[in-house]
Design a protein. Sequence first.
Length: 684
Amino acid sequence: DLHLPLAAGSDVALFNGLLAHLDKTGVLDHGYVDRYTSGFAAALATAQASSIDDIAANTGLTPAALQDFYDLFAGTERVITVYSQGVNQSTYGTDKVNAIINCHLATGRIGRPGMGPFSVTGQPNAMGGREVGGLANQLACHMDLENPEHHALVRTFWNAENLADRPGLKAVELFEAVRVGRIKALWIMATNPVDSLPEADTVRAALQACPFVVVSDVARHTDTTAHADVLLPAAAWGEKAGTVTNSERRISRQRAFLPKAGAVRPDWWIIQQVARRMGFADAFNFRHPAEIFAEYAELSGLDNGGKRDFDISAHEAISNEDYEGLQPFQWPMEKGSISCQTRFFADGQFFTPDRRARFIATTPAKPASAVSAEYPLVLNTGRIRDQWHTMTRTGKAARLTQHLAEPFVEIHPRDAGLYRLRDGELAHVRSRRASITVRVQTTARQPRGSIFVPMHWTDQFANAGRVNGLIAANVDPVSGQPELKRTPATVAPFQAAWHGFALTSVKPGRISADYWSIAPAGLGWRMELAGCAQPEDWTAKARELLQTDNVAGAEVLAYHDEGSGQHRFACFHDGKLMGLLFVAAEPVSVPRAWAAEQLAADFSEPKARLRLLAGRAAGKEKDPGAIVCACLEVGRNQIIDAITNQACATVDAIGSASGAGRNCGSCRIEIKRIIDETRVQKAS
């Protein structure tokens, strides 16, 4: 209802201002603060140091917009503050979270229904990963590595005389240690750091120089597995058993629904086999995931008695049979109990030594890397609707890639004009560290001075789309989270002599083009292409791109218009389409969805082959346009038709007419945006 387009990184200023406003308007719950918290005076004094005009200047918001937000928060008892990577992935993300928590503590709006700060993590089971000690500064079961009591408990429980007594290296620090040679052996599991970490090119160089690299993954070909000395085939989530924990602390059983292929094994089994060969067979003698879970549950209750939040000791004697039938439950669930406390902090008790919550004074900080005349834009990175992390799995699904099939940069139309960029063309995005080449999308959703590039594309799917190569390895000093949301950058047009679109029935091998991206499409693969110079022979170039040279009996049809720079090729074998290539001086406008459908068509009739070179559907068949609803494959043009010709004015009406938005629902926001844009166009 109220959108606050914050300047990148200004969350602390916003919530400090809110805390001061809550005090000024008398909304604070002083009884709660006095009974259950500490440090409030210092936090409030810091928040009061900035005036509303200071906050407006810092956030880029007007004083009136700030006042609206502050009044709304103050006047609404039930408030949940949902935050995710835009807050966390910052050099002062910890302060941002603390500033949010301060406002909820000050009003007592925590631990009660409909109230509280709510972190939406970046990946499923992030909660479960922390519970088992999957961070460099933690022990299992939420025990602190540097807490002597916790350290002694775990050391004794596991009979581990050499248990580490100080935090290890966080991810960015770890790969710097690899780069300089402090770490000479590395085992990477279930992640793709060559693409996902900042200074990605430095990470790649570190792996290239590392004497021994082991990678466990479900995918054979990733930008990280390319540097593995040993590659271990790990089971995917659908092939293995275990547990996951969601954001309400609910632990659920994960049950395999696919058979394990070939030599694939679950991670616990792989680790156990390595441990045994290193001389730790007695400690790693598990025969079933249930035995690991039981040990985990026993450790969680060790000398706990409510001192630590995580306790699932009710399951410390769980049998294999009971584990198989385990129903979802919330922790804590102490030994002897059959139910759990579903809501923390309602009684004002917190998991600190004195059981009081801590206010933390937060001060707005300057960015680690500031914009300049050379790099005047703020680059934000993040995710898009239909892709997951580095596309090792989702990138293989044609239904997902047909929505957005290549890396892109979103930029405000006025900024695009300033930098001579046109919608649909290619651009270089450059930082102080590197440069990438991506497709331009102009949109007023981006504020002036900001650009957005998704983090998913890798060298497996594009030759120059790895955006994290542009990001400096600046991190939050407490969390270690890198600053992925605020990189000074600039943009410039890609000077293309030609643009191309190709479709092939086999996955492309080496692609000789200055720009390329690939994506699965129906029964084959699609390619977006561009080059800085015209090839000497377009027919030879087409055969190379369509991989026809080694196919006996392949027939190639061609059309050339040298004056306009257009070249079109269609390759057939045994009545089936092998490949299409369309080349033009401008970005090619051939309907992609229609083209992909041709790989399944019968082209034994010569006339049908010739029609392909027209680059459009025959007769009255309409181009559905770029796919919006991936579930039901409903395109943008179909949605616009429903708006203009069927008088559909709501998302639900579009759903009734086409089915779009009625399955997973993730496209509903985009459908609403198309409705609004179409209305504006009709009105004008």
